[in-house]
Design a protein around this ligand. Structure first.
Ligand SMILES: [Zn+2]
Ligand SMILES: [Zn+2]
Length: 213
């Protein structure tokens, strides 16, 4: 017999159980927690978002936190992984600094670990700091990760520092320090909501487990 679990407290949209899949108990989605990226004046502002998700199967609930890049590439994270990623974003975001004018450019930012050797003074030069990687649950392949790295692009106009966020092998999303911290806050909030809901779900499931007729 099909077990249908009650909705988690954060559910705002769900799919009913698939009648053609015997163990399927439905899917639940939370609100999209958006983080805008880029200058406010820019048209078609890219947006990252964080969202809670759950799939019920054979009377058990599998929950995770989705991180969705502006390209819509996404990564599925556990509560612990979301917190690790938030820590990395805060740590790297704290090293971020606004644009440095060209006349005051030191040859390398103090955190530089690797840079490309631009011989042509007209072309950009990139400096990159240490990479922080956080393994993620899914969605499809194993060994997947999200990467956070501080990078600087030097042009004749000056140095632009970005917090680079890469979901899987997607293109890097460039964040300011403040945007990195806002994303960290969204991840931490989602992790807390999921934790609270999980505690309830477990209590619910235990209370409900009556012997079969
Ligand atoms: Zn639901
Ligand atoms: Zn360098």
């Amino acid at each position: 017999m099909r077990t249908v679990l009650p909705c988690p407290a954060w559910c705002v949209e769900h799919d009913d159980p698939d009648p053609f899949e015997p163990g399927d108990g439905g899917r639940h989605c939370g609100h999209e927690l958006p983080v805008l990226v880029g200058a406010p004046a820019r048209f078609g502002l890219p947006v990252l978002f964080v969202q809670l998700n759950a799939h019920d199967c054979d009377g058990r609930r599998h929950s995770w936190i989705d991180l969705v890049a502006p390209s819509r590439a996404h990564a599925e994270l556990t509560v612990a992984q979301a917190r690790r990623l938030a820590d990395a974003l805060i740590a790297v975001g704290d090293l971020w600094e606004a644009r440095v004018p060209a006349g005051m450019l030191p040859p390398c930012p103090p955190w530089c670990e690797w840079h490309d050797e631009a011989m042509d003074p007209e072309s950009d030069q990139w400096h990159c700091g240490p990479v922080r990687t956080v393994p993620v649950l899914g969605p499809l392949r194993s060994g997947a990760e999200v990467r956070v790295q501080l990078c600087a692009g030097d042009t004749r106009a000056g140095r632009r520092v970005v917090v680079g966020l890469t979901v899987w092998d997607d293109e890097m999303t460039e964040l300011t320090g403040a945007e990195a911290r806002r994303l960290a806050a969204a991840l931490l909030n989602a992790a807390d909501d999921l934790n609270a809901a999980d505690d309830l779900d477990t209590a619910d499931a235990e209370g409900r487990l009556a012997p079969p007729d």
